[in-house]
Design a protein around this ligand. Structure first.
Ligand SMILES: Nc1ncnc2c1ncn2[C@@H]1O[C@H](COP(=O)(O)OP(=O)(O)OP(=O)(O)O)[C@@H](O)[C@H]1O
Ligand SMILES: [Mg+2]
Length: 271
């Protein structure tokens, strides 16, 4: 009898462990459900997002692609808590954004989300290092020195930390922005065309760092891009058209992404 009970307890442990491993593997860093965003009213109304549902899983690198005006930035801004939405819901981890007051939303953005924009958005009067630690300084949090050192080493900025943005190349400035996003170990990093202003070599470096942060550090990254080569660094690509998700590619290559884009173009011309 006792041994039967032991076996049952063991089985239960096994089930719980398996469930938690499975849970971890598929844990959702951010989720949009039936998300709509409508600008304006009446004649001038624009449906920027039309009931979009999408998951961004932990430790996954997702690229968002689609024609200009398809809603990529709007989707990113709504999921990142930078913009309000008209209906539907957004969750970061277990937190529903719709339930938060402004102050709570600001704190969530500060503590849980990292941003990398096309224009590097560095403060010109601060050094590279001060720019990297700025969000944590504002939050009154102390940087984890070891982590900070490894992030700085990864983006290759150790010998540029005392430079101001004007003394750095575009690629170096964007690497500061990448380090700034990674430094506070956010739950999720959002990038809106983070390599849009970089030459292909600097762009490849920045994309390599983002991919490494996903592979080696378990970081979650969501990146908007127009570039099939950039998208090929991601684990999956989500395609938007007219505010809707129209396709998804896993394990993308530049060729497979380009192929899909051509199909959409062809459809667009015939419809
Ligand atoms: N503040 C705004 N007021 C009205 N319409 C807006 C506003 N912001 C965006 N839109 C519209 O919403 C739609 C989606 O815009 P969004 O910026 O998300 O596109 P995008 O896919 O990021 O395009 P791009 O590739 O050019 O950056 C577009 O039709 C745009 O004109
Ligand atoms: Mg955009």
């Amino acid at each position: 009898m006792t041994s039967l009970r032991h076996i049952l307890v063991l089985l239960e442990c096994l089930l719980v462990t398996t469930a938690s491993i499975a849970g971890r593997a598929t844990a959702v860093a951010a989720r949009a459900t039936d998300l709509s965003k409508i600008y304006g009213q009446g004649e001038t109304q624009v449906v920027a997002l039309d009931r979009v549902s999408v998951d961004f899983r932990q430790a996954e690198f997702t690229a968002i692609m689609g024609p200009s005006g398809s809603g990529k930035s709007t989707l990113m801004h709504c999921v990142a808590g930078l913009d309000t939405f008209s209906s539907g819901s957004v969750r970061i981890g277990e937190t529903e954004l719709g339930s938060l007051k402004d102050k709570q939303l600001t704190r969530l953005r500060r503590d849980k989300i990292g941003f990398i924009f096309q224009a590097f958005n560095l403060l010109p009067t601060l050094t590279a290092l001060e720019n990297i630690t700025l969000p944590m300084d504002i939050a009154g949090r102390k940087a984890d020195k070891q982590w900070l050192d490894s992030v700085i080493a990864m983006v290759g900025l150790a010998d540029r930390l005392g430079h101001r943005p004007s003394q750095l190349s575009g690629g170096q400035q964007q690497r500061v922005a990448v380090a700034r996003a990674l430094a506070s170990k956010p739950d999720i990093i959002f990038g809106d065309e983070p390599t849009g202003n970089l030459d292909s070599r600097s762009g490849a470096e920045v994309l390599g760092f983002l991919r490494n942060s996903v592979r080696e550090l378990g970081q979650t990254v969501v990146m908007v891009t127009h570039d099939p080569v950039a998208a090929a660094y991601a684990d999956r690509v989500v395609f938007l058209a007219d505010g809707r998700i129209v396709d998804e590619v896993h394990g993308p290559t530049a060729e497979s992404v380009l192929d899909r884009m051509k199909q959409f173009d062809a459809k667009g011309r015939t419809s």
